[in-house]
Design a protein around this ligand. Structure first.
Ligand code: SF4
Length: 331
């Protein structure tokens, strides 16, 4: 005879039941968030239109599996009709488990194509030992995928880059390329023939990690080529993760900022006609309140030395443990 809190072989059934319910609730919330964010990105950038055939590039990593999974679900309930074809490029890397993706894709009942091209041998032959192989490898892969898209009659190519990839790319381009250039949610390919979309643009990487685990995708390791990881990207990614841990919301704000660019307050003379601006006598929304409001003359800085910008009449922003204002309220 057992009661509801009894143990069986040392397992607390009530606690296990509560944990299972909590997990199911969290996964339900995660699922709703992921589908909402992907749907929102698709709508905001008009990524998918009626009659489109979307070629979803699937590498076997958590991001592309999640992308395909979510797009299949959205297709089945979308008010428009679009088709999906999943494409994997088998680059003939040693140890690539070539049965894994076809088995998974068949189980999902989605159209798919596996393109076999031995780019691995080409890269090994052309790139001197010790040099990074990724740049040539990516170029080859890109060209092949563009060709395959044409052969399959795809109207768009969907890639699994997410919010953190986009912010990391912006930082990398600023730090090492002296350019404010990110990774757009939608663009025309460099050969001019394809439209590339990134429906995961609004999605956090950590959410994709949890989703991949929850959905038990058969992940294929990404180090089969033996290439060294990109140290600059890894460093910037670690920096952003550290910021986000210490100042929650910071990466979100950086991402949002990429869609809120005030060209008159940057320095690109191709984007704003600095040479010809004239005072008109009329107020300008977004014009500077001259002489640097950020200085906040007379407003003492907190003891930490971090200024919390507050305009007259404005409610001060919440301040985190380190005394730093959340940037949503900063100008
Ligand atoms: S990590 Fe390997 S497979 Fe990926 S781009 Fe670099 S060389 Fe190619």
């Amino acid at each position: 005879m057992t009661d509801s809190t009894a143990d069986i072989d040392g397992i607390d059934l009530a606690a296990a039941d509560a944990a299972a319910k909590k997990h199911a609730h969290e996964m339900n919330k995660l699922s709703k968030r992921l589908h909402r964010q992907v749907g929102q990105a698709i709508a905001d950038f008009n990524m998918i239109e009626d009659g489109d055939k979307i070629m979803v590039c699937v590498s076997g990593g958590k991001d592309s599996y999640s992308l395909l999974d979510i797009l299949i679900n959205l297709r089945d309930r979308a008010p428009i009709k679009f088709d999906i074809v999943a494409v994997n490029l088998d680059q003939k890397q040693p140890g690539f488990p070539e049965d894994v993706l076809p088995a998974y894709l068949k189980s999902r009942g989605v159209d798919f194509h596996i393109e076999e091209q031995d780019t691995y041998s080409i890269v090994k032959r052309l790139v001197p030992e010790g040099k990074t192989t990724c740049s040539l490898c990516s170029r080859l892969r890109r060209g092949i995928l563009y060709r395959v898209a044409g052969e399959l009659g795809a109207t768009k190519i969907a890639l699994g880059h997410h919010r953190d990839d986009i912010v990391t790319t912006l930082m990398l381009n600023m730090f090492f390329g002296s350019r404010m250039k990110g990774m757009p949610p939608k663009l025309v390919s460099d050969d001019g023939r394809n439209v590339v979309i990134r429906p995961l643009a609004y999605v956090k990487e950590s959410d994709l990690e949890r989703w991949a685990e929850h959905r038990a995708f058969p992940i294929i390791p990404c180090n089969l080529c033996g290439s060294q990881p990109n140290l600059q990207r890894a460093t910037v990614k670690a920096m952003l993760q550290d910021w986000d841990r210490r100042f929650p919301g910071r990466v979100d704000n950086m991402f949002t900022a990429m869609g809120n660019i005030v060209t008159s307050h940057m320095m690109d003379r191709n984007l704003f006609p600095f040479e010809t601006i004239q005072a008109t006598g009329a107020p300008v929304a977004d014009g500077d309140i001259a002489f640097d409001e950020d200085e906040q003359c007379g407003t003492p800085a907190p003891a930490t030395g971090v200024v919390n910008f507050v305009r007259p009449g404005q409610v001060p922003a919440p301040v985190d443990d380190a005394g730093e204002a959340y940037s949503a309220s900063e100008d």
